[in-house]
Design a protein around this ligand. Sequence first.
Ligand SMILES: C[S@@+](CC[C@H](N)C(=O)[O-])C[C@H]1O[C@@H](n2cnc3c(N)ncnc32)[C@H](O)[C@@H]1O
Length: 267
Amino acid sequence: MRSWSWRQFRHSSCTDAIVTTPEADQRHYWDGLSELDPDAAVIDPNDHRGLKNAYLASIRDRAFKEGVDRRGIRQGTVLDLGCGSGSSTLPLLREGHSVVGVDISPGLLRHASIRCQNEDALFVLTDGRCLPLARDSLDAAVTYVVLSYIVDDARVLRVMDDVRQALSPGAPFIMIEQARRRRRTMENGRKVQRTLTEWSRLLALAGFTLERRTILRHGRFPSTPLIRAGLLPSRAWGLARRMEAIVASRSGVFPWDYAEVCFEASA
Ligand SMILES: C[S@@+](CC[C@H](N)C(=O)[O-])C[C@H]1O[C@@H](n2cnc3c(N)ncnc32)[C@H](O)[C@@H]1O
């Protein structure tokens, strides 16, 4: 019989010995972040003043609103995939939509329920592999930097396919994700920034038709650190956003940086 000694465990932490799934790891990670301020938890936990997070959220919410409005959807049933603490859910509710928020983290969903209490919202916990949604039950779906946290393409495809089946035929899926010129895995293997081609291909394989692809901003555009440091007043944020969009439309994804890209697809 084999006898274990402490020497055999010397170089491994406790978690090394535990068999874990990527989904369990994600849940643990996001639940840990849910101890923080609800806005910091889901975008940049180190943005202590919250200005950068508010700026990025404003770009996200505007892209969602424009995408949904463009399809003439009023008071629709909208999925917020990976809704986190409900930061993107509330603006959709205020637009008059009913929102189903789905997330892998019970801790973040608790924040979302508090933020959106008394509103027409339903929050659902997912195991991160498949979505518990009925066929043809949605008028639109949105998501912001969630599928980047599913590193396995086959699993992304499965989730995208579930979204497509839950949407009525022709309904929009507005997906904002981070893209790079070359695929890059980061955050200890927990996140992947895919290329524009890879994201587009996954949407096509899941049965979506890509209607529009817009680079919203670059990760290291100079306005973001200025806003974060409080050097650009909020009245100038609209101008910063427009400048970012103009530069992005001409430059494409920079070789040295990631970009946040809005993919508008139809089911
Ligand atoms: C960067 S945060 C964005 C949160 C939210 N979309 C927002 O804009 O505030 C990523 C979110 O994805 C969620 N998430 C990660 N993997 C997931 C999965 N497989 N299924 C559903 N949600 C997931 C996390 O819990 C977290 O709330």
